[in-house]
Design a protein around this ligand. Structure first.
Ligand code: FRU
Length: 488
């Protein structure tokens, strides 16, 4: 069953040793991208949660730094966020370094007591640009609230986690959005220490019964003015719907969120299986937001067959986010950061029906309809089919799948996404995705055990884990499609 060490990706971040899950504390500061992450450095399975730390100048090459937060006294350091701004903080004002305000990193995390599943929100500060942290002496800054399901107020909310703190560009105040069982809560603060609850949001979809996790609120400038995207991941439980990340587009007035559209199903961030707990970077004020997700589905993350290589869990590529007007309304559009040269080179390279493939590679797919097959000499293949206004993916024969009972099931093997049409002047006249003007323009990136798909300029994206027994060696196109590939 074991592979020969080709699952570890080159550009997607994975911990040098051990387990990794959610991205935490994403912060851009002075030219450096900081990625903290849920980490068990002692084993390749989930365990006592630390915050690992890595930095990059281009979001493709990462350097791992010492662990930033350690579990202690039965408390695990669960997911959260990072801001850099000491304004109003006593210890920043007292510091002799005149730049202290600009350099004060504040990590917001959930203090999770494993015994009794007690969760509250805490903060730790760093005076050395995010390398080492001291926990605030008066933690938690937000105590565990009571569960609204119990009118007596005596039951404590058992799932209250993953604080995302950000400076609100409209009000100048700090905001926090935090998952609170079947909804999220909003808070505001002037000093990062005293928080006032201002609102709640729940979606009301009967089909989505999971507890929430890893919420984020992200401002966008659109032709219609400011809009906010609320991201929320759905926690994993064996008897619950598949964990995925949903999003809502709406308005946030600094206190509460109002969605502007009521869709039949939630909007999904990704049509693959393996993009979870994604959140955006702080520190990008005025620029397009950038996000990273955990590129493994929590359903089988503890079992994926990568532990022989000393790691379990990788991140998605960093993706720049846009909110585009489409024929269905405002929809997220995602593009990987830092790959423009390879992206353009693959587009310009001569197209063919078959090309040799090695990892990492970037493949451009064009044409009308047909099938792309990514194959190895063992006959294993991953398939993408473009037909009419649909894109279907199929990993049922792509490689190992018995490591978890769900991985090989239909739900986790085959999926179809409807293509979305961007609404530009030209396309207003032509909203049929299957028409010649809307030929598919799709980029695939294979890097170790991960394949990312970006179609229709990032209006449809999919992240897919694949575990072939031998490396894939060929990519083929059939029907009306053609391909061109470049090595990354
Ligand atoms: C989501 C999650 C978070 C939590 C963390 C623990 O994957 O369950 O809600 O903070 O992972 O590792």
């Amino acid at each position: 069953m074991s592979n020969h060490g080709f699952y570890r990706p080159k550009y997607h971040f994975s911990a040098s040793y051990g387990w990794l899950n959610d991205p935490n504390g994403l912060l851009y500061h002075n030219g450096t991208w900081h990625l903290y992450f849920q980490h068990n450095p002692h084993d390749t399975v989930w365990g006592p949660m630390h915050w690992g730390h890595a930095v990059s100048s281009d979001l493709l090459h990462w350097k791992e730094l010492p662990i930033a937060l350690y579990p202690h006294d039965g408390i695990y350091m669960f997911s959260g966020s990072m801001v850099c701004d000491g304004s109003g903080r006593e210890d920043a004002q007292e510091a002799s370094d005149g730049d202290a305000k600009k350099e004060l990193f504040a990590a917001f995390y959930t203090s999770h007591r494993e015994e009794g599943h007690l969760e509250s929100q805490s903060v730790a500060f760093s005076h050395d640009k995010g390398v080492s942290f001291t926990e605030y002496a008066h933690n938690p800054v937000i105590e565990t609230p009571s569960d609204p399901a119990d009118p007596s107020g005596k039951t404590i909310l058992s799932d209250f986690r993953d604080p995302k703190v950000f400076r609100n560009p409209d009000t100048g105040l700090w905001n926090m959005v935090v998952a609170a069982k079947y909804r999220c809560y909003f808070y505001t603060s002037k000093d990062l220490l005293h928080w006032e609850k201002t609102g709640e949001f729940a979606h009301g979809y009967a089909s989505v019964t999971n507890v929430w996790a890893c919420t984020d609120l992200i401002p966008f400038d659109t032709p219609k003015g400011r809009r906010w995207v609320l991201l929320a991941s759905m926690e994993n439980k064996e008897d619950q719907p598949e964990p995925r990340t949903m999003y809502f587009v709406g308005d946030f007035d600094g206190r509460s969120f109002t969605p502007e559209e009521h869709t039949k199903e939630p909007l999904w961030l990704d049509f693959g299986w393996d993009n979870y707990a994604g959140v955006s970077f702080n520190g990008l004020e005025g620029r397009d937001p950038v996000m990273i997700g955990w590129a493994v589905n929590p359903r089988y993350a503890n079992q994926i067959p990568t532990s022989d290589e000393g790691f379990r869990g990788t991140m998605t590529f960093a993706r720049r986010m846009f909110l585009a007007e489409t024929s269905r309304g405002l929809r997220l559009k995602l593009r990987p950061v830092g790959l423009k040269d390879a992206w353009d080179a693959a587009k310009k390279a001569p197209a063919s029906l078959e090309a040799p493939l090695s990892s990492p590679s970037l493949i451009h797919v064009s044409g009308k309809e047909g099938t792309v097959r990514i194959q190895n000499d063992k006959g294993e293949e991953f398939r993408i089919r473009v037909s009419g206004n649909e894109i279907s993916i199929d990993r049922s024969r792509s490689g190992l799948k018995d490591f978890h009972p769900d991985f090989g099931t239909e739900l986790f093997s085959c999926r179809t996404a409807e293509r979305i049409v961007p609404l530009t002047e030209k396309e207003e006249a032509n909203q049929d995705p299957a028409s010649a003007e809307n030929d598919i323009d799709m980029t695939l990136i294979l890097d170790g055990c991960l394949l990312e798909i970006y179609a229709d300029d990032g209006l449809e994206t999919a992240s897919v884990c694949l575990f072939p027994e031998e490396p894939y060696t060929t990519v083929k196109a059939e029907g009306g499609l053609s391909i061109s590939a470049v090595t990354l």
